[in-house]
Design a protein around this ligand. Sequence first.
Ligand code: PLP
Length: 389
Amino acid sequence: MSSALMANYGHPELQFARGQGVYLYTADNERYVDFTMGIAVNCLGHCHPHLIAALKKQADTLWHTSNLFSIEPTERLAKRLVELSFADRVFFANSGTEAVECGFKMMRRYHYHHGRKQRVRIISLTQSFHGRTLAPVAACLNPVHIEGFLVGDAGFDQVPFGDLNALRAAITDNTAGIILEPVQGEGGIRTVPVEYLQAVRQICDQHGILLMFDEVQSGIGRTGHLFAHEALGVEPDLLASAKGLGGGFPIGACLSREHVAEVMTAGTHGSTFGGNPLATAVGNAVLDVLTGPGFLTRVNERATQLRAGVDELTARYPTVLAGHTGLGLMLGLRCACSNADLLKAMAKHRLLAVKAGGNSIRLLPPLNISAEEVDEGLALLAEACADLS
Ligand code: PLP
C-alpha cells in the first residue's frame, strides 16, 4: 500500500472502519477482539455512549478558547483529579510525553526557585519509557529512540531497574529528582517492588529531591486503582497521566503536590491546546464512569479471571507461554516462544494485543470488559497457543 505518511510506524496494513466495546471491525466487517485498546487509551472500550454524549455536547457548545480564559470543564476535571489523588494541582497537556516534560521542567524549576540552581539532573530506570519528545528519549536511552537525536546526555542519568545501591550512588549535588513507572509498560509490564519504591521515597526525602511517577499507561483505573502507586502504598511529588484519562481523546496531565506546583508561577509553562474543553469534557465523562459504584472492584474481578485463564493456558502450552506479570488489567504475557510469533498467531485468530520488552506481550482490554468477553479473549489466545505448540 503506498502511503504519504512517514515510515516511522512502518506501514501497517490492518485498518479498521469502526469499533464497539471490546471489538474492532474492518471495512469488510471482520470482527477482532481488541486487547490493545489503542495502547491502553480506550479505557472504556470503543464508542462508549457516555463519552460520545459528553463529546457531542461539548462540540455543540464550545471547542476551544485557549488558556487566556478560564475553562469550566477543565477547572472541574482538575478539581476532581485533586480530590481523587495525592495531588494538589494539575497542568493539562495533550499527550503523555508533554505531561512528562512538564514534570521534568517542574523538578528543575523547584530547585532553581529554592536557590539550588545546580540541581538539574534527573535519574531514570533502565527499560523505562517516558515518551518521544527530546527530554523523555534522553531519559530512557532506548538505542532505537535516541540514535541521531541526542545532544550530550541532556541532563539525565540512568540506573538499573530495582538496584537501590546504584540509585544511591547516582545521586549527587546536581540531582533534581527521580522518574519511574510504578508498572513499566513498554519495558515489559514490570511492577516495581514495594520495598524498592518505599526505599526510593525515603532516599528522595533524605536528599531533598523529587519523586515523579509516570502513570501515563498504568493510571486511570488500569491496575484496578485510579493510579497504580495506590496499590503499592507510596506517593510521589509529581505524576504524569495521559492515555486512559481521555478514553481515546488526546489529553495529558501533570499532577503535583503544592510544594512543587507553587513554583510554576504565571508564564513559566503553557500549551495552546492543553486543557482544551473537548478533551476535558471527555476526561470528566471518563471519571464519571470510573468513580461509579463498584467499577474498580469489577476491574479487579476481571483481572483475576484473566490471570487464572492465562495460568491455565501456561500450564497447557508451556512451550508458548511462561506466565504473566503486571497489575489489574495491565497484564504482561511472558512468552516461551517469540512474542512476535505469538502476536501473529493471535491476530490470525482475531485477537489483538501489543508487543512489549522482555519477550512479552501486553494484554490491555477495556476496563469495563465483561466476564464473557474475557473468556472469548482467552479462547482465542488458546487457539493461537495451540497453533504454536
Ligand atoms: N509514558 C509512558 C509510561 C507511556 O507508556 C507512554 C506512551 O506509551 C508515554 C509516556 C508517552 O505518551 P504519549 O505517546 O501520549 O506521548
